[in-house]
Design a protein around this ligand. Structure first.
Ligand code: PRP
Ligand code: URA
Length: 206
């Protein structure tokens, strides 16, 4: 399932992220706020369990989350989505995948992996602002599936149609959430209109 979260607040904040004159501080702040808004929708189907509680008025049955949530940012740019989601799910655990895209081949190259032990039982939210060719997202989901992850959602900010096609063909069992579906990839693998290089814009490199 592919869900494009066409929400006015998300679209408004994303417009400021796209503008080339937006500096890294404002870019990061808008990304953080969008991450929280996306988390609200992405977590809509998390499982709940009954608990017996006592309010000031009476005993009753109420519900709390019945799963570990594991955030898996793809380094570097995926880190930009972590804090905004953590604001809503402060008990979330975090695993890390280090991948970069080789600038010539556009193939993802793995350089780091570290996950909490609950990875196989939890709901894993794999985070990366950009889904361009889809190579990095596909490799990241391959990596956590190999380590036993079963319940996986892929959360991206901007996707290209080429990346959406590749990802959904490679991992038809993984729900994909986007804040926006853009027009196309250019000949060096950048999303158009996109927002440029997300990692560089978050961290002020280049
Ligand atoms: C960017 C982005 C994705 C990847 C998307 O990362 O954050 O991880 O490219 O491209 P793809 O869909 O074609 O694989 P980059 O390799 O620039 O690394 P960075 O996050 O360290 O900047
Ligand atoms: N990675 C980015 O950061 N931006 C793009 O447009 C494509 C890949």
């Amino acid at each position: 399932m592919v869900t494009v979260l066409n929400h006015p607040l998300i679209t408004h904040k994303l417009t400021f992220m796209r503008m080339q004159e937006t500096g890294h501080k404002d870019f990061r702040e808008n990304l953080d706020e969008i991450a929280s808004l996306m988390a609200y929708e992405v977590c809509r189907d998390l499982p709940l369990k009954d608990v017996e509680i006592t309010t000031p008025m009476a005993e009753c049955t109420s519900q709390i989350l019945d799963t570990e949530v594991i955030l898996v940012p793809i380094l570097r740019a995926g880190m930009g989505l972590v804090d905004g989601i953590m604001d809503l799910i402060p008990t979330a655990k975090v695993g890390f995948i280090g991948l970069y895209r080789d600038e010539k081949t556009l193939e993802p190259v793995e350089y780091f992996a570290k996950f909490p032990k609950e990875l196989p039982e939890g709901v894993c939210l794999v985070l990366d602002p950009m889904l361009a060719t889809g190579g990095s997202a596909i490799a990241a989901v391959d990596m956590i599936k190999k380590r036993g992850a079963k319940n996986i959602k892929m959360v991206c900010l901007v996707g290209a149609p080429e990346g959406v096609k590749a990802f959904t063909e490679a991992h038809p069992d993984v729900d994909l959430y986007l804040a926006a579906l853009d027009d196309h990839l250019n000949d060096i693998g950048y999303i158009v209109p996109g927002l440029g290089d997300a990692g560089d814009r978050i961290y002020g490199t280049k």
